[in-house]
Design a protein around this ligand. Structure first.
Ligand SMILES: CC(C)(COP(=O)(O)OP(=O)(O)OC[C@H]1O[C@@H](n2cnc3c(N)ncnc32)[C@H](O)[C@@H]1OP(=O)(O)O)[C@@H](O)C(=O)NCCC(=O)NCCS
Length: 146
């Protein structure tokens, strides 16, 4: 099986949406929002594909000399196999190439999997944004020098 990371294109959106909905349920981004993201040249969006399907994706926004990870998801049946780590390490190199020296992200306080992922990759807790999400949940802001 050949696995590769490619720039996300409009043609990937249908497949990406399935993973997005399965991962984020009511808070999933919709097609229009993905199209809006892909139209902005400051966004860097990649899909991780095997021979016949998308395994996951990552999207970052560049505000030189910083960047923020806007989205990351891996399809359920491929989780816990290291793909998210590969995606983050991949985007980190891209962002360094864009003269970004620090990367930030927000994560729901309850999202243990994602918090563990970011901690494992060296992200540090920076701040809490009280009631950041629509359901009143707090966001943790994490960051890493790259
Ligand atoms: C979070 C997510 C992207 C992780 O993807 P993944 O490919 O399964 O992650 P990896 O296999 O690379 O795991 C890396 C580390 O993350 C943490 N992690 C991943 N899944 C975990 C789980 N189920 N429970 C606890 N920690 C977990 C662990 O530290 C893991 O390292 P380890 O396997 O050596 O213990 C995936 O669970 C997902 O798509 N979730 C839904 C979308 C989401 O929450 N995105 C983040 C929004 S901020």
């Amino acid at each position: 099986m050949k696995i590769r990371i490619k720039e996300m294109k409009r043609s990937h959106i249908n497949e990406v949406l399935k993973i997005e909905k399965d991962s984020f349920k009511n808070n999933a981004w919709d097609e229009r929002f993905f199209l809006y993201i892909l139209n902005d040249k400051s966004n860097f969006a990649y899909v991780f594909q095997d021979d016949d399907a998308i395994i996951g994706y990552i999207i970052a926004h560049v505000f030189r000399p910083w960047a923020t990870i806007l989205n990351i998801a891996v399809r359920k049946r491929s989780r816990r196999q290291g793909y998210a780590q590969i995606l983050i390490n991949f985007i980190k190199e891209k962002l360094k190439g864009e003269q970004c020296h620090e990367v930030f992200l927000e994560v729901r306080k309850s999202n243990v999997k994602a918090k563990n992922l970011y901690k494992k990759l060296g992200f540090q807790f920076l701040n809490t944004v009280i009631q950041y999400y629509e359901n009143g949940e707090d966001a943790l802001v994490m960051g890493k020098i790259i």
